[in-house]
Ligand binder design. Structure first.
Ligand code: ADP
Ligand code: ZN
Length: 719
C-alpha cells in the first residue's frame, strides 16, 4: 500500500514541479495505485488532469516511465512543458534526426530520464523491445487508449499490438487513459490491453466549465459574427459539415477582420500542419474545420466551439465541444440548430447500406435532435445519454440560464396544418409562411392561394417567428419535410390527429438573437493586464520556440493578473508556478505587474495621483532600494527597520526620498488621522514657517513623518 510518506512525497512533486496545491478528484488514488505497482484504467474527461496521473509516478518510481501517445506534435508539446517544469523528459519518434535519436536513446539507457514519450510503432520494434529489457521501466502509460479500439472514433492500427507489452514485461504496471465516454469502446480497450483486471477509475464526464448553448439557425454568418464579438482575440473552433462550408465561412470571417483559417482533409498535409501550428501558437484565433480537425489538438485555452451544422450524434457533439476549456476556465459551446441540417444528415444516413448500422445512426441522430430541442437542462440530457444521472439542473446552459417561455400554440398549429392541407402540393416552409402572413406575391397569386381560408391568418407574427413556429412543429412531429421534394411539408399522422381533435401544442416562445447576453464571462480579471502578460508569454515562447501554453496556462496568467503584489511568495503560490518555472520566468513578468500595482495603488489611495506617482528610474540609493523592495513585498515600517537593521526614522527618511522619486508609498495608511492632518494643512496659514505649521496640527507627528507628509502632498500636487 502506498504509505502516508509516499502520498506526502507525491504532493510535494505536485507543488514543486507542477506548481499545484492539491490533487484533483481521483488523481491521488490513481497515482498511489501505480506507486503500488498496480495497473490502472482511467476514464476521465478531457481537461480532467490525466497527464499528471502517470507523470508523477514516473518521476517517483525508479526507472523511466514510457508513455505511448499517438501524435508526434502532442509529444513535443508535452515534453516541452515537462522540461520547463524541470522534469527529465524526452520523446522518441520519427520526427527526430538520427543524431537526436541516438542522443535520446543514450539518455534513456543511462537511466537519467523520468519520462520517455514513444510513438507506438517505434516502441514495438524488436530493437526497442530489446532495450526495454536492459533498462529499468517505471511504468507504461497508454495515453488516448481508445486508439486501440475499432469502436472508438480514432482507431490506430499501430496501437493494437500494445497488448504484447504485457507478455514481454509482465511486472511493469500499465496505466491506460482515455476520455472516451462510450461503454462499448471502454470494454474493447480493457480487453485489448489485457487490463480487464485493472482497477478502474471512472470520473464524471461532466465538463462544468463549458456552457452549452443552442440557438436556432437563422443567419448563421451573422450569428457567428455576433457570437465572436464577445470573444475577441480568444481561440475557438467552428465546425462545419462540408469542406465547401468550411472554406466559405473562413473567407467570410477573414473579411470581417478575424484571424481565421480553414482546415479540412482535402487540404495538403503541410498546409494543415501549418494551420494547426499557427493555432497552437496563437497566431490565428479561429479554425473553421470539418470534423477532420481536433484529435491530437491539445490546446488548453480553446474558449469556444461553434457547431455551425448539426453533429450526427451526441458522441460527436460531446467530443467536439470537449475541445473547449481544457484549462478549466469558462468556455462556451454554441450549436446552431436548423431543420435543414436535420434533413441533410438524414439524407446522408439514408445512403448507409447496412440496415442495422442505418438504424443505429438514425437513433443517434434522433438523440442529438432531442438534445437540441430540449426544454430542460441540456447538461442533464447530455450526461443522461452517457448514463450519468443528475438531479439538479446545471445552471450553466442556455435552458437553465434563461428558461424558454412556453405557450400553448394549438390554434396556430392547427392553422398551419390547415394551410398545408388546403394548399395541396409541394410547398416548403417559406411559402406556407408567406400564405399565413397574407402575402400576395406572384407565386401565391398564380396558385390562387390568396383565396385560401388560412391566407393572412396572422400577419402580425413576423416571418422569423413564423419560421420558428413551423420548424418547431416539424421537430415535434406534426409535419415532416420531404427531402426529395425540396423540403415540402407533409402532414404526419400526429398532425392529422391534431386536426381531428384539438390538443395542447406547447412551443417555446420565439426569441431573436442568441440567448446568452445573460452573464458575460469576465474571468474576474483585468483584461488589459492579462493581455500584457499574454504578450510576455508569447515573447518567451517565441524565444524558446515552443507553444505558449507549454510555459504557462491561461489559468496561471489569470491568477497572476489578480495579484495585488507580485512578491516571490505570491508568485510561487500561483497555480502552475513550480520552482523551476519560477526561477526561469517569474522575473520576465515582474515589471508589468509592478507597474500595474503602482498604477492601481495610486488610483486607489488618491484619485488623480496615478500619473504623478510613477517612478521612472531606480531608487536614488541602494539603501532606499532595499527599503523599497521590502515595502513592495508588504512589509511594515517596523519589519523593514528590523530586517535591514536601521532605525524607524531612517525608514521614514527612505520613504520620503522614494516619494520624491515618484515611488508610490501609501502615506495615508501610515498615519491614523490622516484626513484631519490633510484638512488642517489645507487650511493652514500659507505664510507660516514649517515649524509653525507642524505646531498648528492637532495630531502629533515626528519630524520625519511630517517631512514625509509634505513630500507626499507635493508629489500628488497639493501644496
Ligand atoms: P487531460 O489529459 O485529462 O485532458 P491534462 O492532463 O491536460 O488533462 O490537464 C488539464 C489541465 O489541468 C492542465 O492545464 C493541467 O496542468 C491542469 N491540472 C491537472 N491537474 C491539476 C491539479 N491537481 N491542480 C491544478 N491544475 C491541474
Ligand atoms: Zn443546465
Amino acid at each position: 500500500m502506498a504509505t502516508k510518506k509516499m502520498k506526502e512525497q507525491a504532493r510535494k512533486v505536485l507543488k514543486e514541479s507542477f506548481g499545484y496545491d492539491a490533487f484533483r478528484p481521483m488523481q491521488e488514488e490513481i497515482i498511489c495505485a501505480q506507486l503500488d505497482g498496480k495497473d490502472a484504467f482511467v476514464l476521465m474527461p478531457t481537461g480532467g488532469g490525466k497527464s499528471l496521473c502517470y507523470q508523477i509516478p514516473s518521476i517517483m518510481r525508479e526507472g523511466t516511465g514510457i508513455v505511448v501517445s499517438p501524435l508526434i506534435s502532442l509529444m513535443k508539446d508535452q515534453v516541452d512543458a515537462l522540461v520547463r517544469c524541470g522534469v527529465n523528459a524526452a520523446y522518441y519518434n520519427s520526427s527526430l534526426k538520427s543524431a537526436e535519436s541516438r542522443e535520446v536513446l543514450s539518455r534513456f539507457e543511462s537511466g537519467e530520464l523520468d519520462l520517455l514519450y514513444v510513438a507506438p510503432e517505434r516502441l514495438l520494434t524488436k530493437t526497442f523491445l530489446a532495450r526495454l529489457e536492459k533498462v529499468k521501466v517505471a511504468l507504461f502509460a497508454i495515453d488516448e487508449a481508445h486508439c486501440v479500439s475499432q469502436w472508438g472514433h480514432d482507431f490506430r492500427p499501430e496501437y493494437v499490438r500494445l497488448g504484447e507489452l504485457r507478455d514481454i514485461l509482465p511486472d511493469v504496471p500499465m496505466i491506460a487513459l482515455t476520455a472516451t465516454a462510450d461503454e462499448h469502446t471502454r470494454e474493447d480497450i480493457a480487453e485489448r490491453l489485457k487490463l480487464t483486471k485493472a482497477k478502474r477509475f471512472i470520473s464524471s464526464f461532466d465538463r462544468p466549465n463549458i456552457r452549452y448553448l443552442v440557438a436556432e439557425k437563422r443567419q448563421p454568418l451573422t450569428q457567428v459574427l455576433q457570437f465572436l464579438e464577445d470573444w475577441k482575440g480568444a481561440s475557438g473552433i467552428i465546425y462545419c459539415l462540408s469542406r465547401k462550408r468550411v472554406e466559405d465561412m473562413a473567407v467570410n470571417l477573414q473579411r470581417h477582420g478575424i484571424r481565421a483559417s480553414a482546415y479540412h482533409a482535402g487540404m495538403p498535409g503541410r498546409v494543415r500542419e501549418k494551420v494547426q501550428d499557427d493555432f497552437l501558437r496563437d497566431r490565428i484565433n479561429v479554425i473553421v474545420a470539418t470534423i477532420a480537425f481536433g484529435m491530437g489538438v491539445d490546446k488548453p485555452n480553446v474558449r469556444f466551439v461553434i457547431h455551425h451544422d448539426l453533429p450526427k450524434s451526441i458522441e460527436s457533439y460531446y467530443q467536439e465541444t470537449g475541445r473547449a476549456g481544457r484549462d478549466g476556465l469558462e468556455s462556451e459551446a454554441l450549436l446552431l440548430y436548423g431543420s435543414d441540417d436535420v434533413n441533410l444528415v438524414r439524407r446522408l444516413i439514408e445512403n448507409v447500406e447496412n440496415i442495422d448500422q442505418r438504424r443505429v445512426e438514425i437513433h443517434k441522430l434522433n438523440s442529438m435532435i432531442a438534445l437540441s430541442e430540449a426544454l430542460t437542462c441540456r447538461r442533464r440530457v447530455l450526461l443522461g445519454y452517457f448514463g450519468e444521472e443528475r438531479e439538479e439542473p446545471c445552471g450553466n446552459c442556455d435552458v437553465c440560464l434563461d428558461p424558454p417561455e412556453t405557450y400553448d400554440a394549438s390554434d396556430i398549429a392547427i392553422a398551419a396544418l390547415q394551410c398545408v392541407r388546403e394548399a395541396k402540393g409541394d410547398f416548403a416552409i417559406g411559402y406556407i409562411v408567406d400564405v399565413l402572413r397574407g402575402s400576395k406575391n406572384a407565386r401565391i397569386l398564380a396558385n390562387k392561394h390568396d383565396r385560401l381560408k388560412t391566407h393572412g391568418y396572422n400577419p402580425n407574427i413576423n416571418v422569423d417567428e413564423w419560421m420558428s413556429i413551423l420548424r418547431q412543429l416539424v421537430h415535434q412531429g406534426y409535419f415532416s419535410q420531404d427531402v426529395s421534394r425540396r423540403g415540402a411539408l407533409v402532414i404526419t399522422k400526429k398532425g392529422r390527429a391534431l386536426l381531428r381533435e384539438k390538443t395542447p401544442v406547447i412551443l417555446a416562445k420565439y426569441q431573436p438573437g442568441i440567448k446568452r447576453k445573460l452573464r458575460r464571462f469576465s474571468q474576474g480579471r483585468n483584461e488589459a493586464l492579462f493581455k500584457k502578460l499574454v504578450e510576455v508569454r508569447e515573447k518567451l515562447a517565441e524565444e524558446e520556440d515552443v507553444a505558449p501554453h507549454t510555459l504557462f496556462s491561461d489559468v496561471t496568467l489569470t491568477e497572476m493578473s489578480q495579484l495585488t503584489d507580485p512578491t516571490d511568495e505570491a508568485m510561487l503560490s500561483l497555480s502552475g508556478m513550480g520552482r523551476h518555472k519560477f526561477e526561469a520566468y517569474a522575473d520576465a513578468f515582474r515589471p508589468i505587474l509592478e507597474q500595474h500595482a503602482r498604477d492601481e495603488a495610486a488610483k486607489e489611495s488618491a484619485p488623480g495621483t496615478s500619473l504623478k506617482l510613477m517612478a521612472k528610474g531606480p531608487p536614488p540609493t541602494d539603501a532606499q532600494a532595499h527599503t523599497w523592495q521590502l515595502y513592495r513585498k508588504g512589509k511594515t515600517q517596523d519589519e523593514i527597520a528590523a530586517e535591514l537593521g536601521i532605525s524607524q526614522k531612517t525608514v521614514l527618511n527612505h520613504y520620503t526620498a522614494l516619494v520624491r522619486a515618484a515611488y508610490h508609498i501609501r502615506v495615508p495608511e501610515l498615519i491614523e488621522d490622516f484626513d484631519t492632518v490633510m484638512e488642517e494643512l489645507d487650511n493652514a496659514d500659507p505664510y507660516a514657517s514649517l515649524s509653525e505649521l507642524k505646531q498648528s496640527l492637532s495630531v502629533e507627528l515626528s519630524n520625519e513623518m511630517f517631512r514625509l507628509v509634505l513630500a507626499w502632498r507635493e508629489a500628488i500636487g497639493v501644496n
